[in-house]
Ligand binder design. Structure first.
Ligand SMILES: N[C@@H](CCC(=O)N[C@@H](CS)C(=O)NCC(=O)O)C(=O)O
Length: 228
């Protein structure tokens, strides 16, 4: 059994996308990041960067003690190795999956996160930051759109953890939507993943775990998330 330390955000969705695709049994352990659960010593003991997602696998492959993993990319790689699924069939496919997973972790995720921060959460409007991150996100969406030309998914014809990492970060801010019109391959790919039953199951957890999802942040939530 896997304990998933989770809150319904783009980085959290990556892991539920994987778990729902594979049917691996898991228990959701909510980490309410607006209440400061990520700073609790019990959580920091295995997730020292005070961010979710994290997992504890109580039945690791070596039969040993429970194994914890933090960082969404590392969790996806761990789960893909554990199940032998969604990481490509041979060394060349694995390189494709891995390099696009790193591209998401180091580029699309952080840049889109900053785009969201300065458009949705910042207490004052800073035009330079908004312009900078808008242009960078548009550049990255263009990179992904070109990559998807002639391919069903990011690494080829198979759905992989590279897709699961990128999908939740495509236009995640309803209060600051981007125009996806210039990216037809990306829109085709995104619609295909949205139509998967596992994707619907993964996103259905949002309302269950955080009924307040989508509401403006309270001052207390803002303090927990951005005040330390
Ligand atoms: N690089 C990390 C980023 C995780 C992350 O940013 N998690 C956010 C929510 S999406 C979080 O837990 N924030 C709480 C905080 O910053 O205090 C990963 O991919 O797992």
């Amino acid at each position: 059994m896997i304990d998933l330390y989770y809150w319904p955000t783009p980085n959290g969705h990556k892991i539920t996308l994987f778990l729902e695709e594979t049917g691996l049994p898991y228990t959701v352990k909510p980490v309410d990041i607006g209440k400061g659960d990520q700073f609790q010593p019990e959580f920091l003991a295995f997730s020292p960067n005070n961010k979710m997602p994290a997992i504890i696998d109580h039945a690791p492959a070596d039969g040993g003690a429970p194994l914890s993993v933090f960082e969404s990319g590392a969790i996806l790689v761990y789960l893909a190795n554990k199940t032998g699924r969604f990481f490509g069939a041979d060394v060349r496919q694995k390189v494709e999956v891995n390099q696009w997973l790193m591209w998401q972790m180091a580029g699309l995720g952080p840049m889109t996160g900053q785009y969201g921060h300065f458009n949705v959460y910042a207490p004052e409007r800073i035009d330079y930051a908004i312009d900078r991150y808008t242009r960078e996100v548009q550049r990255l969406l263009g990179v992904l759109d070109r990559r998807l030309a002639g391919r069903s998914f990011i690494a080829g014809e198979e759905y992989t953890i590279a897709d699961m990492a990128a999908y939740p970060w495509i236009n995640p801010y309803t209060k600051a939507p981007l125009d996806l019109e210039p990216y037809p391959e990306l829109r085709r790919w995104h619609a295909a993943i949205a139509a998967r039953p596992a994707t619907a199951r993964a996103y259905a957890l949002t309302a269950q775990v955080n009924p307040d999802a989508g509401k403006p942040l309270t001052d207390e939530q803002r303090k927990q998330l951005f005040g330390r």
